[in-house]
Write a protein that binds this ligand. Sequence first.
Ligand code: CMC
Length: 489
Amino acid sequence: MTDYKTRHKLFSTMRRAEPYSNEQLHLPPHLRPSRDATSSVTLRDDTSGKEWSLPVLRGTQGPPVIDIGDLYKNSGYFTYDPGYISTASCHSALTFIDGDEGLLMHRGYRIEELARHSDYPEVCYLLWFGELPNKRQKERFLRALTYHTMVHEQVISFFRGFRRDAHPMAILVGVVGAIASFYTDKEYDFSSDDGRWVAVSRMLAKMPTIAAMAYKYAIGQPFIYPRNDLSYAENFLYMMFSTPCEPWKISDNQVRAMDQLLILHADHEQNASTSTVRLAGSSGAHPFACIASGIASLWGKAHGGANEAVLTMLEEIGNKEHIDTFLAKARDKDDPFRLMGFGHRVYKNRDPRAEVLRNICMDVLKERNRGRPDPLLELAQELEARALKDSYFIERHLFPNVDFYSGILLRALGFPTAMFTVFFAVARTVGWIAQWKEMTEDTSNKINRPRQLYLGEKERPFVPLEQRDSHKTETKVPPVHHKSPAPAK
Ligand code: CMC
């Protein structure tokens, strides 16, 4: 095992001497980033006239990247990029997105092809090991996913501690973090290949079980134990929707839709939750705790919470007559309302996942509604059509993203709105854990510690309490509310 100090030292030497061409990057030679000796960018300080030459790094695809790692040491400057608009926070070989082209690939395979021809466990294997599995590899991988689906019986008592009306995302964050206590650092060395394998196999296998338990707990039904004869997607639906009282059956079409939905959410490069997982993991935190931090970040409605927000928005719009009013609200800068499921930080022409999803969604609804029209789907389609003709949305390159149709599809599969983001977390676990693995395997990894542009007070002398101006501080602390919390349900 490489301990933290050794790894840290290794990193420092690597970074200064031969930063990116080392075996320790765990990448085959053709994928290692190259530092082109002839390519650099010069930064000039217009006041002093000083110049610094910054090396340019080239990946296999995507824009070249200016290496500013030594900038502060050489120039005394930090860089400023809130929201990471132009900043690559790491190197990765998992997922590539070209936002202008609307392209999403995992390990070189287009998402549309994976969704059409592959299945979710294969995509998990691909993200984790770097290649699609052959038959034997797939069988062994499926065994690992199948035979670790149960959770320790003690976990049930974690659930009992939550209010029945707790948001399932709150339960998920708590329970996933708590499961770290069953896989202690003393028993497992998570910096070894064996330890990492324990982390991924247990996490992928158990996430649907934990998610389904969160749902069953909320509705007061008994927890349903996993079944080893079912596929990953079908087992998840089975634990969510079956009861011990009667046989449960679902169509192959709906199982396939679920599987494709999982594929479409599997990984998405360095988004907010994945970056959170990497940030947490960079300190050497427990992998289950890192995933819990990713779940917390995903919860926000600008990220994974958007699918839930889309449904709430469609229900609020209600019918086609109200669409124009809501489009006007979305255009109004004084109104905080945004069209949920529209826009993306990276995609500026199309989100390829949204297009695949629209078709799956129509198929499932046709089957579920036995050919009858679905008012919510029709409303969504009309809203999309009108927004795509609206100059405000055209000028800002705002298109439907993955969340626009995923909520409608999840609803058709029986998921209640509060479970949408939970589903997203289950699907994204493989991306989080594969990105965590990539980071921990890379001996050049360093604890993530951003800098800041400080805008606060400069140093000033301490003022004793009796000399402080009372009217300045009087209203700062809100009064203590004596309202008791609502009784636990
Ligand atoms: N409705 C109305 N206006 C919008 C929207 C929207 N959904 N999205 C962006 N804009 C406007 C925004 O007001 C700004 O206008 P202006 O230039 O006049 O100030 C312009 O478009 C650029 O927006 P931005 O906020 O700078 O873009 P961003 O890249 O920071 O934000 C986003 C991306 C996804 C957070 C944003 O588009 C949004 O809030 N969308 C709605 C929430 C949503 O659907 N989120 C799911 C994202 S996809 C899931 C995932 O991959 O995790």
